[in-house]
Write a protein that binds this ligand. Structure first.
Ligand code: SF4
Length: 328
């Protein structure tokens, strides 16, 4: 491990000052960053511990929820308002990692966790554009069962590993950021980038910029929502495919819907095309299947993961069918 300094920020202003040092990194629960430091893939010269920042979950007058970036994953998933008003988010968080890791991991850190592509971690033996820009991508022709089928590029076919982020994408969350110039907000679906020619740039964060909170909009029909994660074993495994969805019905017609996918792209994948097919249509198995097929129409599977196209299609349709029968 490369030597580094450690300091605990007392508030956001303190964090920004400490984080302005070139080579500094913000530290949440450390459940991914510390692993990457042990592997010398990440080599920060300074760690700025931001776990003293807000861990409040504020229920605002307009019905939205403001979640402090230092909120632990366990606290988020067990919060009454999250469980009752946004059950897809509570289910997504508890589908991730292990109880011990969720006790440590923060919301801000979860958003910024990096891909689990095995070639990315194999610093001595594999080429990786995300780790060493311009080096090449050994996953493209290697073992790529877990890799992307949507939005990938020749430079990188990695997937984003978070479950929580899939639910946040479906809900239309907003990321609150703070930098030396002030504060700004970014729609969650814009926050993570597709790889294009620069897979090493994963988010819209500027150097030294800090995630301070995530806002969930008021979305009453999200009470009828869920998260389904398909994986090789039933716990402590990353998604092959996951679906976060919320459904609003007007009789037997789809009035509104939110869908996002995990395990299929470099970022949590909002299923805009499927949503467009569904709105105003009968809530039938045929419509659900047609919507899922529309979303996957542009999929470009790799040699090991062609199964993900049908898996994602069926999982979307199955989740929508489950929601149709669910009591809100
Ligand atoms: Fe690196 Fe991305 Fe290729 Fe994996 S898929 S080896 S992370 S460039």
């Amino acid at each position: 491990m490369t030597p580094f300094t450690y300091a605990r920020a007392q508030d956001a202003g303190d964090a920004l000052q400490l984080g302005s040092r070139p080579g500094a990194k913000y530290l949440g629960g450390g459940t991914n960053l510390v692993d990457l430091m042990r592997e010398t893939i990440e080599r920060p010269v300074a760690l700025v511990d931001v776990t003293n920042l807000s861990c409040d979950i504020e229920e605002r007058a307009d019905g939205s929820l403001l979640i402090g970036a230092a909120t632990r994953n366990t606290a988020l998933a067990s919060h009454r308002a999250v469980r009752t008003r946004y059950p897809l988010l509570a289910r997504a968080v508890t589908a991730g990692a292990s109880a011990q890791i969720r006790n440590m991991a923060t919301v801000g850190g979860n958003i910024l966790q990096r891909t689990r592509c095995a070639y990315f971690y194999d610093e001595d033996g594999s080429r990786c554009n995300k780790r060493n820009p311009g080096q090449g991508c050994d996953a493209a022709e290697g073992i790529n069962r877990y890799h992307a089928i949507l939005g990938a590029s020749p430079s990188c076919v990695a997937t984003h590993p978070s479950d929580m982020c899939v639910a946040l994408a479906a809900l239309g969350a907003v990321v609150h950021l703070r930098n030396a110039r002030g504060e700004r907000t970014v729609p969650f679906t814009d926050f993570h980038r597709l790889p294009e020619d620069h897979p090493e740039i994963e988010t819209l964060l500027e150097p030294g910029e800090l995630i301070t909170a995530v806002a969930l909009p008021a979305l009453p029909f999200a009470a009828r929502s869920t998260y389904r994660k398909v994986r090789d074993r039933s716990s402590y495994a990353f998604a092959l495919v996951s679906v976060a969805a919320a459904l609003e019905l007007d009789g037997d017609t789809v009035k509104d819907v939110r869908i996002a996918l995990g395990g299929v792209a470099h970022r949590p994948w909002r299923a805009w095309k499927a949503e467009a097919v569904l709105k105003g249509r009968p809530a039938t198995a045929e419509t659900f299947r047609a919507a899922a097929e529309a979303e996957l129409a542009d999929a470009k599977p790799l040699h090991d993961n062609g199964f993900k196209v049908e898996l994602a299609t069926r999982t979307i349709a199955a989740v929508l069918a489950e929601l149709k029968e669910m009591k809100a």
